[in-house]
Design a protein around this ligand. Structure first.
Ligand SMILES: [Mg+2]
Length: 220
């Protein structure tokens, strides 16, 4: 892979099949009577953020407050997501092992969870950007000084990566990295979810990571 090409990859619903925050919520709310009601509230907030209806920072803070997670729930989420890596990522793990120096993760998810989930793919810690938890008095909150907790966080991080950047993701915040010119191409990854409103904004709509490898070879 050309050294100049930098693949910036989203995590939730892209690298893994599901949204981390929904899995975390599922474990954390397990014993609560109004679990379904809270889960629906969380899903609703996620979807609104994904289509750009509400700011990302507000969506994240609202959801973590509703979830109120503990360390045991984080641990269970890691084990669960490791078994739910997207099929075509799993199949193409060799690509990552060979090209990890060209690969970055930029995610609104959580670094503490992402790192152990994708450890077999060889992407180094300094190329994984995501939100960070603050653990205090058995309470877990989001570090609000981290750019990824704020609106436009993905752009702030992507700006500092040099090269010919291709962003791969399923959501609006991924598209925005191309929109604000911090990536040359936006690949909409639809193996797990196809957000139709983004289709006409993508340079490639793709349901298999293998097609991204071909795209890099042939179209750039
Ligand atoms: Mg995503």
């Amino acid at each position: 892979m050309d050294k100049k090409i930098k693949l910036i990859i989203d995590f939730d619903s892209t690298f893994v099949k599901l949204e981390t925050i929904e899995i975390l919520a599922d474990f954390a709310l397990h014993t609560k009577n109004d679990k379904d009601k809270i889960l629906n509230q969380i899903k609703d907030i996620t979807n609104k953020a994904m289509i750009g209806k509400i700011p990302f920072s507000r969506a994240l803070n609202q959801r973590i407050k509703l979830i109120n997670p503990r360390q045991e729930h984080i641990n269970k989420t890691i084990i669960f997501l490791k078994k739910n890596i997207s099929k075509s990522f799993e199949k193409n793990i060799e690509f990552f092992r060979k090209n990890h120096e060209n690969c970055y993760i930029i995610s609104g998810g959580f670094k503490e969870i992402i790192m152990p989930v994708i450890e077999d793919f060889n992407i180094k810690e300094n190329q994984i950007f995501a939100n960070t938890f603050i653990h205090k008095n058995n309470n877990i909150t989001i570090n609000e000084n981290n750019p990824l907790s704020k609106d436009n966080g993905k752009n702030i991080i992507a700006k500092n990566i040099s090269g010919y950047k291709i962003i791969v993701g399923d959501g609006y915040t991924d598209y925005e990295v191309k929109k604000y010119k911090n990536a040359k191409k936006f690949v909409q990854f639809v193996e797990n979810i196809n957000r139709i409103s983004l289709n006409n904004k993508a340079d490639l709509v793709c349901d298999d990571f293998k097609k991204i490898i071909t795209f890099i070879k042939n179209d750039i």
